[in-house]
Write a new protein. Structure first.
Length: 212
């Protein structure tokens, strides 16, 4: 499969701004600074398409990226970059508006076909488990991605992946998929997961309405 185009479409601070067309979507969820925007750039082979920062709290809106590929079953879809959770230093006004916006997006979006939950391979926080549990009951079972694996030694890596398997247990849909936005390890596996999410039968409703 070849990526034909990848472009930033819209940054939304309110649900009313979310795109209306019946295009299937896949979203990236995770703690602030876990590497969501970096992973999006890595997946799409486009440096700097989504803004990345060393400081947590960089992404503050729900950002929609339109992707087109040469795969007949995955011709057009949105990849959605979300603000991170767990960023305590954000101004209170911003913090209060973040949660509801993201929750609303994840719980109410009919176009949403799948969610990747990114967890820093070096550190699993209670909030990661809470979010995982919450997603199970709303957006559906997320696919777990262990990020920044380039920072781990081989031993640390197997310990971390084993810990993730134990913590998230049998409820996890797959994985966790080890990922590095530096070496791009995991990219093929993630694309395979995206394809599965998008072609799942629940997508047929939208396709019947002329999306493909
Ligand atoms: P928010 O938008 O604040 O929620 O953060 P984010 O999850 O989008 O993280 P972002 O992609 O902005 O990355 C945060 C920091 O982690 C940046 O300094 C990145 O360069 C770094 N980073 C992201 N992915 C990787 C990775 O796979 N390996 C390494 N070594 N660093 C990474
Ligand atoms: Mg970001």
């Amino acid at each position: 499969m070849k990526i034909l185009t990848a472009e930033f479409v819209r940054s939304c601070l309110k649900p009313e701004q979310f795109p209306r067309e019946p295009l299937r979507e896949v979203a990236l969820v995770g703690r602030s600074n876990v590497g969501k925007s970096s992973l999006l750039n890595s997946l799409l082979h486009r440096r700097g398409l989504a803004k990345v920062s060393r400081t947590p709290g960089k992404t503050r809106a729900v950002n929609f990226f339109l992707v087109t590929t040469d795969d007949p079953q995955v011709r057009r879809f949105y990849l959605v970059d979300l603000p991170g959770y767990g960023y305590a230093k954000a101004p209170k006004s911003v913090r209060i508006s973040w949660g509801p916006l993201i929750e609303r997006y994840l719980a109410d979006r009919p176009q949403l076909r799948g969610v990747f939950q990114l967890v820093d391979a070096r550190r699993i926080e209670p909030q990661d488990r809470d979010t995982f549990q919450w997603l199970l009951g709303t957006a559906g079972t997320p696919v777990l991605v262990a990020t920044k694996v380039d920072k781990l030694s081989r031993t640390q890596r197997s310990t971390s992946l084993a810990a993730m398997r134990e913590i998230f247990g049998a409820a996890a849909r797959l994985g966790p998929i080890p990922y590095s936005s530096i070496t791009h390890e995991g990219r093929e596996e993630l694309w395979a997961a995206i394809r599965t999410m998008l072609v799942a039968s629940s997508g047929e409703r939208l396709e019947a309405r002329g999306e493909r």
